[in-house]
Design a protein around this ligand. Structure first.
Ligand code: GDP
Length: 195
């Protein structure tokens, strides 16, 4: 599922050497306007954040943070591409992400439909087997405009063997939990693969 990161060639991209800080790529997928950019911005303010490499560039929609969790440091690169610019397929083959976050807004059914289409694609291409995929229902603060219940969101994630969380980047609800959840999923998968 996917092949070749655009700057592969540097071994520091991989997490095989014990002395190096592992670096993980996380692609954000979902319709425009669901809050992907806002979520990544909120990650920057997380209490788990160690350092934020400000030199890394908005030009490619990439942001790198160093996260300290359970006494271990990891670098996480968040890649946020508007769907119109890059199809899911393209995005996966270009970046070879360790994890994907599929985001919808709990206030807009069309965004949930898009999330379902993306998950169907990931499932069909066997991507869910080899990377961590997390379904995120964002804008949970907008309770009165809610059209997707938590159960419906959870149901979609469970059907596709993915984790699920509702967040609000607006009021910082579950944003840390999402950040830590992604990293834990990636580490768990990596430790299972090493066995
Ligand atoms: P993207 O296109 O998926 O990157 O979406 P953005 O991060 O640009 O967000 C689109 C709009 O939704 C902006 O006006 C944000 O302020 C707003 N937004 C994002 N997350 C939330 C949230 O959790 N709650 C509320 N109320 N608004 C949000």
């Amino acid at each position: 599922c996917g092949s070749g990161y655009h700057s592969v060639g540097s071994s520091s991209l991989d997490s095989t050497n014990e002395n190096e800080i592992p670096k993980y790529r996380v692609v954000l997928l979902g319709e425009s306007g669901v809050g992907k950019t806002a979520l990544v911005s909120q990650f920057m303010t997380s209490e788990y954040m160690n350092t934020y490499d400000a030199s890394l560039d908005d030009e490619f929609g990439e942001r790198t943070v160093s996260v300290l969790l359970d006494g271990q440091e990891s670098e996480m690169v968040f890649i946020d591409h508007p769907a119109s610019e890059m199809s899911v397929e393209n995005s996966l083959s270009t970046y070879e992400p360790h994890a994907c976050i599929v985001v919808y807004s709990i206030t807009a059914r069309s965004t949930f439909q898009t999330a379902e289409d993306i998950l169907n694609y990931l499932w069909k291409e066997d991507c869910i087997k080899d990377k961590s995929v997390i379904v995120v229902g964002n804008k949970a603060d907008l309770a009165r405009s809610r059209v997707i219940s938590q159960n419906e969101g959870k149901g979609l994630a469970v059907a596709k063997d993915c984790k699920f969380i509702e967040t609000s980047s607006g009021i910082q609800h579950n944003v840390d939990e999402l950040l830590v959840g992604i990293l834990k999923q990636i580490r768990l998968r990596e430790s299972l693969e090493k066995k």
